[in-house]
Design a protein around this ligand. Structure first.
Ligand code: ADP
Ligand code: MG
Length: 746
């Protein structure tokens, strides 16, 4: 151990003298990676590494962190140990390096649980022969005694801890094994250290440095601002329609939609498909093959939209993702930043839209309650930060960057909903003063929520147990809602009058600037939070159209047309289109067969058979009247393919007897026929001949069929029963009517 440190020091002295190396950096960059120039802070970082210093790198995803340790690893004597959390990522990285350095496969290796005995032997040999410059290890492999023994025999150039936020319980991706890295390094042999991460709040950053024993490391921090990304938060109302509308207005563009649950992923991707969007699902519950096919299709642009849980995106580097939609609010702002960060990698358009409802927050809170106490506390705090972000009317960019410890000084970023539609502002001096005084009055030992509760006079158990109702500030701001005071505190944080303590995360402290402000207050402009409408949870797409007035004039024209078509084809009008279909046309104004299919009761067959005349009429009408068609509101629902309907359709395809289907589904024959009629009325073709031929007399079939084809005024059962007489049962008439509508109308 002592010996190792000594050689390392000698090495260090050597490097410091070899300034030529750093001068030759560009040559090495070109030679190994083929790049002409460094990105961002890569060059000073690499020089710092070559000088043998500890280094801390904070750089957004895609910023080029890997090169910061790969290049020095190739240049320095010995092997660099890269600790990285994900086996899949590790393999990608090693493949990438081998791709650059084509003449030597042994230059990079990984060591993790996925290797077999033979592969491990190969790695060992290359390591001991000094061929390998980069060794990727998972933290749990690092702790294995046999691996430690191997590593002790090596000359180690430095250690790199990638995805270093995994060290902190306050990071979004905490891995307990990451906390053991420092002691293990001490055992294997000390060498310089570089920690890299793409998401670190000041709290997480401090945790990393403390845990790795690198509080004095040189810090390199790139800006996390992604100026090309547009941020927007919307109320979670009519979410599905809003999403479809958005996608239709952005036809052909690539996008990701994140949902929290697997079920939602499946339902939503199904709904998008039905509406003509090239969408595919992706979540961890799908088998690996389908998952990777779907991912490839998205990358190769066979699919425009991927609907996914957060399992999707790790290591995905598609440059032209044009939008990221959060169907559900993420659990933390780190997650939000990562996920939205997958938009606009190429610097082009990237729209980030999140649907927010406080109900979702409550769901997430319930979810958190199932976890260990320490985790609960952290989870709750992170969630509160997310709520604060969503509800605030301050520039989103400013809020987000402030969360990551960065100041954004522009007044108006011009590329978020809050800057584009600013809320009314007001003079905030006296409110800020009250907040600061309250924080001091409770000795800087409490968090935002409690301070807001004191000022608005909320008498809860914490207030009682600390007797905070005795403070002169208690209830001082009772004329405003707690929400209002939360918003003031948040803005005091952004203005740096307050800060959150790092060790005891969340406790509010008054800064020096805050204390100066109290002595000599001045005018500050503040804004109130936004209000979001609550979702009604009944995103029932079938209900749409109801309550929307239809165009009576057009409806009359459509009915005229139906009459003349019916005469020409010698078919009753209801066979062509039933009334609800015409009414829907008079709401949606479809002018292509595709659009027509999204009207009620119009399936593929019906649209083809009878649709052309109708869309021509509507087109002419729309042009003459210069009607602005609500085309982006045409949303076709999958609701009519409910579980039991799908089952019925499949069973009929398999020629199952109706009695058996009714049995399985626990329906009476009457109920089953009602379901089948609904299926046929919505435009789906069903072939029931196998059943009807068995249970209805041949002559009767002909009679009933002829009645509907030639005599019927409308399709009602009553009229049919009256016309056909007592020889026919209701069931027979219904069955043949289904056959008739299916064959002629659909
Ligand atoms: P991070 O780990 O920060 O998310 P990566 O290390 O994966 O980012 O790098 C992101 C992309 O940038 C990669 O495709 C990489 O090849 C590329 N890259 C890195 N450095 C440079 C450079 N100096 N010039 C051009 N491309 C670079
Ligand atoms: Mg990386």
């Amino acid at each position: 151990m002592f010996y190792k440190e000594k050689t390392y020091n000698l090495e260090l002295a050597k490097i410091q003298k070899m300034e030529t190396i750093t001068k030759n950096l560009y040559g090495q960059l070109k030679k190994y990676f083929g790049f002409e120039a460094f990105k961002g802070l890569q060059e000073p970082i690499i020089i710092n590494m070559l000088e043998g210093n500890d280094t801390f790198v904070l750089m957004p995803t895609g910023g080029g962190k890997s090169l910061c340790y790969q290049l020095p690893a190739l240049m320095l004597e010995g092997t660099a140990i890269v600790i990285s959390p994900l086996i899949a990522l590790m393999k990608n990285q090693v493949d990438a390096i081998r791709g650059f350095i084509t003449d030597n496969n042994g230059v990079a290796h990984f060591l993790n649980s996925s290797l077999n005995k033979q592969q491990i032997l190969e790695v060992r040999e290359d390591l001991l022969n000094g061929v390998t410059k980069l060794l990727y290890v998972a933290p749990e492999s690092l702790t294995k005694e046999e691996n430690m023994a191997l590593l002790r025999q090596l000359k180690i150039s430095f250690y790199a801890v990638d995805e270093a936020h995994c060290i902190s319980e306050w990071g979004h991706d905490f891995r307990p094994e990451y906390r053991r890295i420092r002691p293990i390094i001490n055992e294997i042999g000390v060498a310089p250290l570089i920690a890299l991460t793409a998401t670190a709040t000041p709290k997480v950053q401090h945790d990393i440095q403390k845990n790795l024993g690198m509080l004095h490391a040189k810090m390199f921090k790139s800006s996390f601002n992604r100026s090309n990304l547009y941020y927007e938060i919307r109320s979670k109302v009519n979410t599905e329609r809003e999403i479809i509308k958005f996608i239709k207005n952005n036809e052909g563009k690539s996008g990701i939609i994140y949902c929290l649950s697997r079920k939602k992923v499946e339902d939503l991707s199904e709904l998008l498909k039905v509406n003509g969007v090239k969408a595919l699902p992706y979540h961890a519950g799908m088998d690996a093959a389908t998952r990777s096919t779907n991912q490839d299709k998205f990358l190769m642009e066979d699919a425009d939209v991927i609907v996914a849980t957060i399992a999707f995106g790790m290591g995905i580097d598609k440059p032209d993702v044009r939008f990221v939609i959060h169907y559900d609010i993420p659990k933390s702002l780190e997650g939000y930043y990562q996920e939205t960060g997958r938009a606009g990698r190429d610097g082009g358009e990237g729209r980030c839209i999140t649907f927010y409802s406080y109900k979702d927050i409550q769901k997430l809170e319930k979810f958190i309650q199932g976890k260990p106490i320490a985790e609960q506390e952290i989870g709750k705090q992170l969630l509160l930060e997310t709520v604060a972000y969503a509800e605030s009317s301050i520039c989103r960019r400013k809020l987000l960057l402030n969360y990551f410890g960065e100041d954004y000084i522009e007044e108006n970023c011009g590329n978020c909903d809050n800057c584009m539609h600013p809320k009314k502002q007001f003079e905030g001096c006296e409110y800020i003063v009250l907040v600061l005084e309250t924080v001091l009055a409770v000795k800087e030992k409490f968090k935002t929520e409690h301070i807001a509760n004191i000022i608005s006079g909320v008498m809860n158990s914490t207030v009682k147990s600390y007797r905070h109702y005795e403070l002169e500030m208690f209830g001082e701001g009772a004329d405003k809602h707690v929400r209002f005071w939360n918003a003031i505190i948040r803005q005091a944080l952004i203005l740096h009058f307050l800060e959150k303590e790092i060790e005891n995360y969340g406790l509010l402290k008054v800064t020096a600037k805050g204390r100066a402000y109290l002595k000599d207050p001045y005018s500050v402009t503040l804004t109130e939070d936004r209000e979001y409408s609550e979702s009604d949870d009944s995103d029932d797409l079938m209900a749409q159209g109801k309550g929307v007035a239809c165009d009576e004039e057009l409806l009359a024209l459509l009915k005229d047309l139906r009459r003349s078509v019916s005469k020409r084809l010698e078919l009753p009008p209801f066979v062509i289109f039933q009334d609800p279909s015409l009414e829907d046309m008079a709401i949606q104004y479809p002018i292509t067969l595709d659009e027509l299919k999204s009207c009620q009761g119009v399936g593929e067959g019906k649209a083809k058979k009878y649709g052309t005349d109708f869309i021509l009429l509507i087109k002419q009408y729309v042009e003459e009247k210069e009607i602005a068609r609500p085309q982006d509101f045409i949303v076709k629902s999958v609701v009519n393919k409910s579980g039991s309907k799908v089952f019925i359709i499949q069973s009929i395809d398999r020629k199952m007897m109706l009695e058996d289907i009714a049995d399985v589904k626990g329906l009476s024959m009457d109920e089953l026929l009602t379901e089948i009629e609904a299926i046929v009325n919505s435009g789906t073709k069903l072939n029931l001949n196998y059943y009807i031929d068995e249970v209805v007399d041949e002559d009767k079939i002909t009679d009933i069929y002829t009645y509907f084809k030639e005599d019927a005024e409308d399709e009602t059962l009553e009229a049919a029963m009256a016309a056909l007489g007592l020889d026919f049962t209701e069931e027979e008439v219904r069955l043949v009517r289904i056959k008739f509508l299916s064959e002629v109308a659909n």
